[in-house]
Design a protein around this ligand. Structure first.
Ligand SMILES: Cc1ncc(COP(=O)(O)O)c(C=O)c1O
Length: 452
């Protein structure tokens, strides 16, 4: 007779075998502990780069170091800092208040290094489409809807959502979709000054037979042109002045694109959820990841949605799947505690910057800033102070027609008012950049104001 095995022995034998198979096939648990196999090196590289401090005045990135055996840390220094570890403060350096790089949120993400990290395999989503044969992650659509419902800044029910490589691409898709095709009368694209200059430059660049940039809405407000279709682009809150703008033109031949890039509680009070026909949002200003190039449009009308989808298919076959994965992860973290952490952090950072800037400028009558007031915010459930993304800085003296030059001479680089369709006595100063950039800006302004 053979040896009798107990059922217990059989079970433990199967479990052991199973463990061996799992361990051998590099899956997950060995000896009660999770043991990474292929991800170890990638994790080590990511940690090694993140550990490089660059003296707190710069950043080392994975694509700037370490890969392919490069072991020398490469710091990319903030403006006005230099040296291999960014510890050198450069003299005679101008403040960079130009672009809207949203580095103000970088400390938020650094505090959440663990929860916001993603590690992807070399075979992550290699195909053109998701399994439902679309270019759009359904899960990400769900997250976006959930995000808007939680924040209360947009109504998405019964509407269509499409993705773009930033809202910049969606803007182009929207202008295309709202324009008549092969008509003798191209759609007139308009905005109200001061406006985000890309509306003009993009429309002119694409130089289509179906639409053309026709300047400021004020030129068309009281004119009747029944044969033309108007596309008004409304930015709310506005870039550059932070005002909660509304459309100026009305009527059956007016279509409106609402650019809602800044309609988030770090930049503005949210009086009510936006419910416009065509709204553009972007992760660039929500989480601060402008480099991910991810935006979305919320569209009421099916025909417009279909035309925009066609544009996206023909143009790029949708948005990078890697960007969609990153967006999903970032939104998941940003949604923690119903978004309270990210919006509280963003709001208090920008509010403090605005208070300090106002205080600095208040010492002279030569300069002024846009007027913004406190407003009730349905997200914070209280009155909140202004916290704009940009200062719309004005040189008040009659002779100071070129404010950009005055600031430039004082070591401050902003953006000229004429870029935004306004006078050059205005300059846009970015307040959403890094702490270093803001501190240098304030210091240079203090010096300029003290000379008065
Ligand atoms: C009003 C406005 N819309 C759109 C954009 C572009 O956003 P994205 O990075 O999503 O292309 C910006 C960027 O500064 C902006 O200020």
């Amino acid at each position: 007779m053979g040896r009798k095995t107990s059922p217990m022995n059989n079970t433990s034998c199967i479990v052991t075998l199973f463990m061996i198979v799992l361990c051998a096939s590099n899956v997950f648990v060995c000896r009660g502990e999770w043991e990474p196999t292929w991800s170890t090196k990638a994790a080590e590289e990511a940690e090694a780069v993140a550990a490089i401090a660059c003296s707190g005045h710069g950043r080392a990135y994975l694509d700037g170091l370490i890969l392919k055996g490069m072991k020398k840390p490469v710091c990319e220094c903030n403006a006005c800092y230099g040296g291999s570890d960014c510890s050198k403060l450069l003299s005679n350096c101008s403040a960079d208040a130009g672009s809207g790089d949203p580095y103000f949120l970088e400390p938020f993400w650094m505090e959440r290094a663990a929860s916001s990290a993603i590690l992807v395999s070399g075979w992550h989503r290699m195909g053109y489409t998701y399994s439902d044969r679309t270019y759009i992650s359904e899960l990400l659509v769900k997250y976006i809807k959930k995000f808007h419902a939680t924040v209360g800044n947009a109504i998405t029910e019964g509407k269509y959502i499409i993705f773009g490589s930033g809202s910049t691409q969606l803007l182009s898709a929207a202008v295309y979709a709202l324009s008549p095709t092969s008509s003798h009368s191209p759609a007139k694209v308009l905005a109200t000054a001061p406006y985000y200059y890309v509306y003009r430059t993009q429309t002119q660049f694409f130089n289509s037979r179906d639409f053309s940039y026709e300047g400021d809405t004020s030129l068309w407000k009281n004119k009747t042109d029944k044969n033309s279709l108007f596309i008004e682009i409304v930015t709310s809150p506005n870039n550059p002045d932070g005002k909660l703008n509304k459309g100026v033109l009305q009527g059956p031949n007016v279509k409106t694109i609402h650019d809602r890039a800044y309609y988030w509680p770090h930049f503005t009070a949210i009086p009510s959820p936006a419910d416009d026909d065509l709204m553009l949002y972007t992760i660039s200003k929500l989480t601060g990841h402008a480099g991910t190039r991810f935006g979305w449009a919320i569209i009421k009308d099916k025909a417009v949605y279909e035309k925009m989808s066609t544009y996206m298919d023909v143009n790029t076959m949708g948005v990078s799947r890697d960007a969609q994965l990153r967006a999903l992860k970032l939104l998941d973290v940003a949604l923690e505690e119903d978004g309270k952490q990210i919006f509280q952090f963003g709001y208090s950072t920008l509010r403090d910057r605005w208070i300090r800037l106002k205080k600095t400028i208040s010492k002279t009558k030569r300069f002024s800033l846009q007027k913004l007031s406190s407003q009730y915010c349905t997200f914070f459930k209280k009155e909140r102070d202004p916290s704009p993304a940009y200062a719309w800085f004005k040189c008040e003296r009659k002779e100071d027609k070129n404010c950009y030059k005055i600031l430039e001479a004082a070591g401050i680089n902003g953006r000229k008012g004429s870029l935004y369709g306004a006078e050059d006595r205005y300059v846009r100063l970015g307040l959403i950049r890094s702490k270093d950039d803001f501190e240098i800006l304030i210091n240079q302004l203090k010096v300029l104001v003290a000379k008065e």
